[in-house]
Ligand binder design. Structure first.
Ligand SMILES: [Ca+2]
Ligand SMILES: [Ca+2]
Length: 100
């Protein structure tokens, strides 16, 4: 994992936490170092959701481009991976966690 802030060493350490928020999906604890130690709890992603938008049996750049092209309100479109009616960062996270 990387950070947009230089020198923070975001992702230096990481570990699973189990299901902290009770949504049935385990969260991840990510460590960072920026002079002081920091830890970030990142919501887990349901990887059982198919992120293969173009149905070619692989999640790759083509799927990413389709998600980015559909960015914004998009009810019932295949790029809305979590089905909330909007193509956004949550869908992007699902796609990245399903990459390959
Ligand atoms: Ca695909
Ligand atoms: Ca969505």
């Amino acid at each position: 994992m990387t950070s947009t802030v230089a020198g923070t060493s975001f992702g230096h350490r990481g570990t699973g936490l189990g299901d902290v928020n009770g949504d049935g999906i385990p969260e991840i604890l990510i460590g960072a170092w920026s002079g002081f130690g920091h830890a970030f709890v990142m919501a887990g992603v349901d990887v059982s959701v198919s992120a293969d938008v173009n149905a070619d049996e692989v999640v790759n750049t083509l799927d990413l481009l389709m998600v980015l092209a559909a960015w914004g309100p998009c009810p019932a479109c295949p790029e809305d991976l979590d089905g909330d009616g909007v193509v956004g960062t949550d869908d992007l996270r699902i796609l990245i966690c399903s990459w390959g």
